[in-house]
Write a protein that binds this ligand. Structure first.
Ligand SMILES: *Cc1c(COP(=O)(O)O)cnc(C)c1O
Length: 427
């Protein structure tokens, strides 16, 4: 959608007045002196998440082991309970979702489930721009099968070191590829891959395909009913605001429910026989069969509160505001910052841009240090990227305006010269 933006502060204030999501800001624990632009790395806690965590603790204090069975076994079946609330965010059936582990451990779970290499079909196709933990997990799964990642992990290179090109990915889907695994939104520059097209092409070639939704879920609408991939993984602490290390998500397409999970454990057992504690594992024939051990309630309870906010607002409304916030930020960058060496590193097209924007500057590191001292939290990514994520649920237009003003102050007066180029331990 085309917006007509203006560069005055009054414009920002007026946009906040007419923003239908503006009231949600008060549900989050923000510090008004501080502008938080790092929600794509770690979301902020909401009152709702605080409450569901408190409630879980209260039940534990009162009920002890009886905690598992309150409210119709809610906590015992907590993965299923949360999956129902999560399903609209990816457009799947609740039965196809399990809330378990971390993104990285869920990649191990999915690959160990679906990767059965043969002599002629044994490669896993990934890209070279994704967050590295995904590759570490894939490499180690390949090694566990006695294969060499240099041969069995096929890396699609970015042509320009910045973006991925769908045609390059599709061209790399040769007959020896067994699985394709890709990020829906790139963590570095927010690029959205065409999930429909790539998934369709993989299926045409009889290749299984999985998606990493870490930077997509809670930021952009996803429709798995129509995309119909084989599996997916995601974390819940970025746009889903559920806390550092909160339990992650795994999607298993229902057509695979009969496959035995690669990593089995008693919480994945058929629930009617789970407590017969037999020696033979018989997995539940839905995604909950991919659970391993006892659910980590402390890491799951905040997800419940957070998802209640998404239930009330809806991902479409969130996406609409997010696009407007990022467009506005790009507009201010173009009009005020470009003459000071800033350029925009994310795709400009709406259908190709996720929830954050990415500013490029040769002094990006020192600028991000100066921003920190100006009470703005952003994150820096090597070698010259500043990521800024205005979050629809809690960032105002005025926040965006003020961040650009602060950036302007830093580059205009070259305040970054006061900082060392030596890297601190980065987040
Ligand atoms: C955030 C992120 C992860 C995080 O993995 P954890 O197991 O939660 O540490 C993995 N992959 C991608 C693409 C991410 O963006």
């Amino acid at each position: 959608m085309q917006h007509k933006f203006e560069s005055s502060q009054t414009y920002a204030i007026n946009q906040d007045k007419i923003d239908p999501l503006a009231n949600w800001r008060s549900h989050f624990f923000l510090n008004e002196e501080h502008i938080y632009m790092c929600g794509n790395s770690l979301g902020i806690i909401s009152k709702e998440s605080n409450e569901t965590l408190d409630k879980m603790l209260k039940v534990w204090k009162k009920e002890r082991v009886g905690l598992w069975n309150v409210e119709n076994n809610k906590y015992f079946n907590y993965s299923k309970y949360l999956a129902k609330k999560m399903a609209p965010l990816i457009g799947s059936m609740p039965e196809e979702i399990v809330i378990v582990g971390s993104t990285t451990s869920n990649i191990h779970q999915a690959i160990s489930t679906f990767y059965h290499p043969t002599k002629s079909k044994y490669k896993i196709l990934i890209d070279d721009l994704n967050f590295p933990t995904d590759k570490y997990a894939i490499d180690s799964q390949v090694q566990l099968k006695g294969l060499d990642p240099k041969d069995a992990v096929k890396l699609v290179k970015s042509r320009d070191g910045k973006f991925l090109y769908e045609d390059d990915i599709i061209d790399a889907m040769t007959e020896d590829v067994a699985i394709v695994f890709l990020p829906l939104v790139l963590y570095s520059n927010s690029q959205i891959l065409n999930i429909e097209k790539i998934t369709k092409e993989a299926k045409k070639r009889n290749i299984l395909i999985g998606w990493d939704l870490c930077h997509a879920i809670g930021a952009i609408p996803i429709d798995f009913e129509s995309v119909d991939p084989d599996f997916a993984v995601w974390c819940t602490y970025k746009y889903l605001n559920s806390g550092p290390g909160s339990t992650a998500g795994l999607y298993i397409n229902h057509r695979h429910f009969d496959i035995t999970p690669g990593l089995s454990g008693w919480f994945g057992n058929n629930s009617t026989t789970q407590f017969q504690l037999k020696n033979q594992f018989d997995h539940e024939k839905d995604a909950s069969g991919w659970q391993i051990g006892t659910p980590s309630l402390l890491s799951m309870a905040p997800i419940e509160g957070s998802l209640s906010i998404f239930e009330k607002t809806g991902i479409k409304e969130i996406r609409k505001k997010s696009l407007k916030l990022t467009s506005y930020m790009m507009y201010l960058t173009d009009t005020m910052l470009s003459e000071f060496g800033f350029s925009i590193g994310n795709p400009r097209e709406e259908e190709k841009r996720g929830g954050h924007i990415c500013l490029i500057h040769k002094e990006a590191y020192r600028i991000s240090m100066a921003l920190k001292d100006s009470m703005v939290t952003v994150d820096f990514r090597e070698p010259n990227i500043i990521r800024l994520s205005p979050i629809a649920l809690y960032t105002s237009y005025l926040d965006v305006y003020r961040v650009i003003q602060k950036l302007l102050g830093i580059v205009k007066n070259q305040k970054y010269n006061n900082y060392s180029k030596k890297r601190e331990l980065v987040t």
